[in-house]
Design a protein around this ligand. Structure first.
Ligand code: IMP
Length: 192
């Protein structure tokens, strides 16, 4: 079974492909020959995920899914949240985003945070949403060179390593994206 994953982020593709079971062929936008940068104009993860999946569904008429993820920091009232990619500006620069986050958190004793992923699946012309949350905290200095985005400053509950110090398999034990994807896979198992 073919499922288009509406993203241009290769890190996300690698993470999702590593948890998908046999019988599901994940096709990326690049694989499908679709070269677009789908806008994320909304103020919720849900609406942005829907925007991305419905754009690709309109173009291809095929079953597809997208995901939108935000880092929600409690002492910053949930920021950067839906603005995670562009926290420090339109450049979507991972390092600039981390720098801004650490400046905004300087002196804060409550450094608790969570990653939240929302997946929008369009399956047989109907939309289904799946959520995955990973709770943890933000450390004050970057550690590790793997992963992407805020991984070097995020330590998930139950570990003393940042996501950037983990292999993909280790990150997948805790990851928000993995949890949302597990729900999607369980849904497909029931629906096929
Ligand atoms: P997007 O809008 O879903 O592509 O993601 C928003 C931003 O959140 C990305 O640009 C990353 O900075 C960050 N992000 C999303 N997922 C992760 C993750 O698994 N680890 C670290 N940062 C992430």
């Amino acid at each position: 079974m073919i499922l288009i994953f509406a993203t241009n982020n290769q890190h996300k593709v690698d993470e999702i492909k590593s948890v998908v079971t046999n019988g599901i062929d994940i096709v990326t936008l690049k694989d499908a020959g679709i070269d677009i940068d789908i806008p994320e104009p909304h103020d919720t993860l849900e609406a942005n995920a829907t925007e991305k999946s419905s754009t690709i569904h309109k173009m291809t008429q095929q079953n597809c899914f997208s995901e939108d993820t935000g880092l929600e920091v409690f002492s910053l009232n949930g920021e950067p949240g839906v603005k995670s990619a562009r926290y420090a500006g339109e450049g979507r620069d991972f390092q600039a985003n981390i720098d801004k986050l650490l400046v905004n958190l300087a002196g804060d004793t409550d450094r608790s945070a969570q990653f939240r992923t929302v997946i929008s699946l369009i399956w047989n012309n109907k939309e289904y949403l799946f959520e995955g949350i990973c709770k943890g905290h933000i450390i004050s200095e970057q550690k590790g060179g793997k992963g992407f985005g805020y991984d070097p400053v995020f330590v998930p509950e139950g570990s003393d390593k940042t996501f950037a110090e983990m292999t993909m398999e280790e990150k997948n034990k805790y990851s928000h994206r993995r949890k949302a994807m597990d729900k999607l896979l369980a849904f497909l198992k029931e629906s096929i």
